[in-house]
Structures are given as C-alpha cells and as structure tokens.
Design a protein around this ligand. Structure first.
Ligand code: FAD
Ligand code: SIN
Length: 546
C-alpha cells in the first residue's frame, strides 16, 4: 500500500489487476471525493453505515474550508430570526434563489452550529454568549466565528471525528481523474456512477468501485489569475460530473471577493469581510470612502455591489488598488478578532493597526455548479455532489457571506441521510483504465503555458464586467487552448497538473457558455450589453447532451 494511505483498512480489498500490472483496484461502499467541510461531515455520518473511502488530492489544509476566515451564518440570537436570514439570503441572490432550498438550509443553521460546538469548535464568545460578527448583506449579527480563522477550527473539529473511525480510509495526495459510469450488466438500460479512476502519488491509476459516489471537490477560483482560493480549486469535480453527463446550473455567477490583498508576495490573501462588518472603511488613495456613491449601505452592501464599485473606481482613477482601513476598529479588536490577518500582513511588512491595506477584488466562490437538490442528488444514479461544487439554488445570483460553510454542512448531513436509503449497487462492469497509445513525455512547457493562458483569458474577458464581444473573444481563445490540450492529453501519462489543466479549460468554457446565455445583468453577472435586470427570472442550465 502507498505511504499516503493514511489508515490501512482491512475492509478495503486491494488486488493487482490481472490484465494490467500497474492498475490497482479498491472497493468501497461510499466513495467521497474531497475532504473539506462537506466531505468530512459526509464521511463522519456514513461511517456509521458502511465502508467509506475519503480521497483528497492534497493535504487537508489545502481546501477552501481550511482557509475560511469570517465564519458560518446561523440564527443564534434572540434578536434574530430565521425569516430575517431567509430574506437577507433572497435579497443578496437578486431573485434567483430557490426559496424552498433557502428555507431548508437556513432552518438548519442553528443545529449545525450547535453540533460544531459539541465536536469541539471553540467559537468566540463574549460575556458568556456566542460572539456573532456582522458581514455584508446581513441585517443582523449572525456569523459565528473562531477569530478570523473559522475554517481551520471547523476543519480540525470535523477531522477529529473522522480520524478515529475504523470504517473510514483516507487517501491523501490522490487525485481523482474521472468518474466511472457503467451499463448495468444484469438489468440493462440506464447508466449509473459506479466509482472513479484515481491517480496515486506513485503515478499509478487505481480503479475504485463504489455503491455510491459523493463529489465534494469545492470550487474553481484557479480559473482566474487573482483568487482567494487554494491551489486545489481547479473545478475537478464539476468537470468530472459534466463529462459523466450531469447538468450544470448558473455557472456564470462567479463571486469576486471585494477585498483581497494587493501585494506581490501575497496576492491571494483574503482580507475578511468581517473587518468591514466590524467597522473598517474602504477608501481610495486619498482616504475617501467612495462606497456610499454606489449603495447607501456602504461597506455593508452585498459583495457583488462592493466588488463592482471597487473595480469601477480602480478603472476610473487609473490605479492598481483601493484600500481597507481597519484603524477605526482600534488596536484591541484588531489584535483579538483579527489576529491572524494582522500577523500575516505584518510578515509582508504591512501593519493594519497603522495604515490602510491595499486591496483588489479577486475570484472567490462559484455560486453555480452541478445541478442538485438539497441532498446533493444529481441526474445520474449513484452520484451525489455537495458543497461548493453543487448548485442547489441557495445562493442565486450572489452568495450571502458565510452561507457557504452552512450549505456544505447541511447538504452533507442531508446527503448522508439520502445515501443510506439507496439500495446497494448491483453487478456492474468496471472498465479497466486504458493506457494504450501513451508515449513518454518530452517536455512540459505547454502545460504551464496553457494554464497561464486560460487564467489570463478569464481575467481579461470574463471578469466582473462582461460584454458580448469580450465573451466571444474568450470563447475563441479557449477553443484554441482546448484543441491544444486534447492534442496531447491522451498521448501523455496522466499527472496531476495535466488533469487539472484539462478540468480548468473545460470549466472556463462552461463558465463562458453560461455567461453567453444570460442576456441581462443580475447579481454577479454584469454585462455592458444588457445592463438591466430581465423581468423573467431564469436559471442558466447547460446539459452535456445539448
Ligand atoms: P473544499 O473545502 O474546497 O474542499 C475541496 C476538497 O476536494 C479538497 O480536499 C480538495 O483537495 C479535494 N479535491 C478537489 N479536486 C479533487 C480531485 N480531483 N481528487 C481528489 N480530491 C480533490 N465560506 C463561508 O461560509 N464563510 C467564510 O468565512 C468563508 N471564508 C472563505 C475564505 C477563503 C480564503 C475561501 C477561499 C473561501 C471562503 N469561504 C467561506 C467559502 C468556503 O470556505 C467554501 O465554499 C467551502 O469551504 C467549500 O467547502 P467544500 O467542502 O465544498 O470544498
Ligand atoms: C470572509 O471572511 O470575508 C469570507 C466570508 C465568505 O466568503 O463567506
């Protein structure tokens, strides 16, 4: 077994394939791909019911979950109400949210936060009660947090529950290549997901067969040059689901976080929205608070409005960045609540207690994804998608801050409850991984070059402000890049960067195609050709067969 197999599990059989020496085979009941908040909670729940194989292409710390700063939204105070959280979510989503889903997810916020506390998440408290912070678009303080490093605390608590489970085998540094969909051998007709091909750290492809497969692979921020996301966010799960035949919803709604650090050595560092919630100002180089020119809520307007305003001012003033001035918070609040951001900035030579910090908007979150219900159910039997990779309709055209961790955990909980009701998979044909036609690689420069080209194309043409012409240009460029990738993908041995590149290219194409379908401006999708909101509220749906 590989040294990256974190826990040797006698319940999982491994055998050398008779027809291919390098090909290994694993069998499990539940294959969970991704170990962020969504994957970890699902693993924890399903371990009570069967064997779980939890696969993760990096380390646990490499997920968006681990990097989450602000907190998790939930109704935890007597002065707040479920209805108010629902209404704030609907308002931020600009008419595109699915209200039933919003109500279900918001309703479970309090229970999920209580469970996190029970398993050891030490949310900040003040005067003996939970300290709830404020973020843009929320009409109440309702964000539970652990200083400004909430994701790490939640991740550690969830992991502490999963780690001792004898039924869970964790594979780190294993990259899932593609899902396996197969014809039913005994009952004919419909295709279903029966597992996945996984690249192990030795470069071998492992065939995993599973009764139920759950994708919890997170987002796709890496499709842009500037992003708050960790390296893992290359949209692998969404791309795999598309190749397997899943429908996609609202992929054009890419959320740009208004305040990411503008700095050569720290370009992807997020400066939490909670800073604005607690009273920090967004200013230009002259110290002017310009956000009120765009929305009466100023710093507390929803993210799409704040990001667009900052982008507009940067372009209008012909400068590189705007600034966030945290000095109104005072040294104590900065040193306490925001101690991690403060410490990281100090290492870069910036003291937020003394000076405004340069910021720009950067790609942060994909509101669209694989079309699912609140249980993560897709249109393919045996395949669920949960967390950021899924689109339930909760976020509509713009996600309300701190609603994502909430969605991940509620979905994981619902998903596990649905999965255990499914009958065990019957006898399926699992095709062996085919390596015929592979030739040794001579150079890798093209992979790097295509990565850079995709990210530059998306940033220049499919950013905060779009137009028909920009989208057409992006589509033309992406077609050329995709042709190049297909010309070498099938000939070269699989490697993580090649797999990620293929997924990134596909995700870029799908985002552009979705953006081209939306002939209006709504939430995160703003087009200069259609500046108005349409009276008809429509989800953008893409299907692989159309
Ligand atoms: P992730 O946590 O991203 O996990 C994805 C997992 O999938 C990783 O383990 C990755 O290795 C694995 N994976 C991906 N592809 C493959 C593959 N091919 N094979 C195997 N494994 C694979 N939301 C909030 O609600 N509150 C916040 O305060 C907040 N702050 C944020 C701050 C930052 C800097 C970022 C980037 C996001 C923040 N978000 C926040 C958003 C939120 O963190 C994410 O949407 C959420 O954590 C996603 O969780 P997930 O479980 O869906 O995916
Ligand atoms: C932040 O802390 O600003 C991120 C919150 C979020 O993305 O929900």
């Amino acid at each position: 077994m590989s040294s990256h197999l974190v826990q040797a599990d006698p319940l999982i059989r491994e055998k050398t394939s008779s027809d291919r020496a390098a090909c290994k085979q694993l069998q499990t009941d539940y294959l969970i791909i991704g170990s962020g908040a969504a994957g970890l909670l699902a693993a924890n729940r399903l371990a009570q019911h069967g064997r779980v194989l939890l696969v993760n292409k990096g380390r646990f710390q490499d997920s968006s979950t681990w990097n989450a700063q602000g907190g998790i939204a939930g109704v935890m105070s007597d002065t707040d109400s479920i209805e108010s959280h629902v209404q704030d979510t609907l308002a931020a989503g600009v008419g595109l949210c699915h209200e039933k889903v919003v109500r279900t997810i918001v309703h479970h916020g309090c229970d999920i936060i209580k469970e996190l506390i029970e398993i050891g998440t030490n949310f900040d408290e003040k005067d003996g009660a939970l300290h709830l912070t404020q973020e843009g678009g929320h009409s109440s303080r309702r964000v539970a947090h652990v200083q400004d490093a909430t994701g790490r605390a939640i991740g550690e608590a969830l992991l502490s529950q999963v780690a001792p489970q004898a039924n869970v085998t964790r594979l780190e540094q294993h990259t899932v290549i593609d899902l396996i969909t197969s014809e039913r051998l005994t009952h004919g007709e419909e295709s279903r997901c029966v597992g996945a091909y996984v690249l192990n750290p030795d470069g071998d492809v492992v065939t995993v067969s599973a009764s139920q497969t759950i994708l919890a692979t997170g987002g796709v921020g890496k499709v842009y040059l500037y992003t708050s996301n960790p390296h893992a966010a290359t949209g692998d799960g969404i791309a795999m689901a598309w190749r397997a035949g899943c429908a996609m919803m609202n992929l054009e709604h890419i959320q740009f976080h208004p305040t990411c650090l503008f700095h050569r050595q720290g370009s992807n560092m997020l400066i939490s929205e909670a800073l604005r919630g607690e009273g920090a100002h967004v200013v230009d180089a002259h110290g002017r608070r310009f956000l009120f020119d765009y929305d009466e809520r100023g710093e507390l307007a929803p993210r799409d409005i704040v990001a667009r305003a900052i982008d507009y001012e940067i372009k209008k003033q012909g400068v590189d960045c705007m600034y966030i001035d945290a000095r109104p918070l005072g040294d104590d609040l900065i040193g306490d609540h925001f101690r991690n951001i403060h410490a990281r900035l100090l290492k870069l030579g910036l003291d937020m207690k003394q000076e405004p910090v340069p910021v720009v908007p950067a790609a942060h979150y994909i509101c669209g994804g694989v079309q699912t219900d609140v249980n993560g159910k897709t249109n393919i039997e045996g395949l669920y998608v949960i967390g950021e990779a899924a689109c339930t309709g909760l976020h509509g055209a713009n996600r309300l801050a701190s609603n994502s961790l909430l969605e991940c955990l509620v979905m994981a909980d619902h998903c596990a409850a649905d999965v255990i009701k499914q009958a065990a998979a019957a006898d399926y044909h699992i095709p062996a991984w085919d390596e015929s036609g592979i030739v040794p690689e001579t150079e890798r420069i093209q992979i790097k070059q295509n990565w850079d080209e995709i990210r530059a194309t998306m940033s220049h043409y499919v950013g905060i402000v779009r137009s028909d012409e920009r989208l057409r240009r992006a589509r033309r460029r992406l077609r050329i890049i995709q042709d190049e990738i297909s010309s070498y993908y099938w000939k070269h041995p699989v490697s993580q960067d090649l797999l990620e590149l293929r997924n990134l290219a596909l995700m870029a194409e799908l985002i552009v195609r979705s953006a081209q379908q939306r002939k209006e401006s709504r939430g995160l999708h703003y087009s200069t050709d259609y500046p108005e909101r349409s009276a008809r509220v429509l989800d953008t749906i893409l299907r692989p067969d159309i």
